[in-house]
Design a binder for this molecule. Structure first.
Ligand code: FEO
Length: 172
């Protein structure tokens, strides 16, 4: 059984992951509107990943015999100037996610809730990857600068991203 405090914190994270999905889907719409369908694809896959993250927490709260409860989802930002700004915003968002996961981990350790700690280990590793991939894309976009042909080539590369079910959801 989870403590009330931990249940509340995990439930907030479920909604935050759905909010993350919403943000990335809005970013996909921005790219689609600019006819950069490869970047839009990357963002759609990211939105799917965030929804999967919410389901990992959803399943966990449920498995521990507690009730899942959602919060309202805020409206995501819609206006950006350049592709690199979108990814800078994505990286800033991932920094917030990392802080939240670290907070949850701290809470699990404080409460000696080792099952929750074990579940959160996956997210700690995942956040390293999330930040690193956003960082890499920002670096590439900064190198590309205003070179349109290179941007279109990178867009093609981004079209190759596919969604893979995260390990904690396989078979669930
Ligand atoms: Fe669910 Fe991008 O962290």
């Amino acid at each position: 059984m989870l403590s009330e405090n931990m249940t509340k914190a995990l439930n907030e994270q479920i909604s935050f992951e759905i909010y993350s999905s919403y943000i990335y889907l809005q970013m996909a719409a921005w790219f689609d509107n600019k006819s950069l369908s490869g970047f839009a694809n990357w963002m759609k896959v990211q939105a799917q990943e965030e929804l999967a993250h919410s389901m990992i927490f959803y399943n966990y709260v449920n498995e521990r015999g507690m009730m899942v409860e959602f919060d309202a989802i805020p409206k995501p930002k819609t206006e950006y100037v350049k592709p690199v700004d979108v990814f800078k915003s994505a990286l800033a968002h991932e920094h917030i996610v990392t802080e939240r996961i670290n907070y949850l981990m701290g809470l699990a350790i404080e409460e000696k809730d080792y099952a929750t700690k074990s579940r959160l280990d996956w997210f700690i590793d995942e956040q390293v990857e999330e930040e690193s991939s956003a960082h890499e894309i920002i670096d590439k976009l900064e190198l590309i600068g205003d070179h349109t042909q290179s941007l279109f080539m990178f867009d093609k590369e981004m079209a190759a991203r596919i969604f893979n079910t995260p390990a904690p959801l396989v078979g669930k």
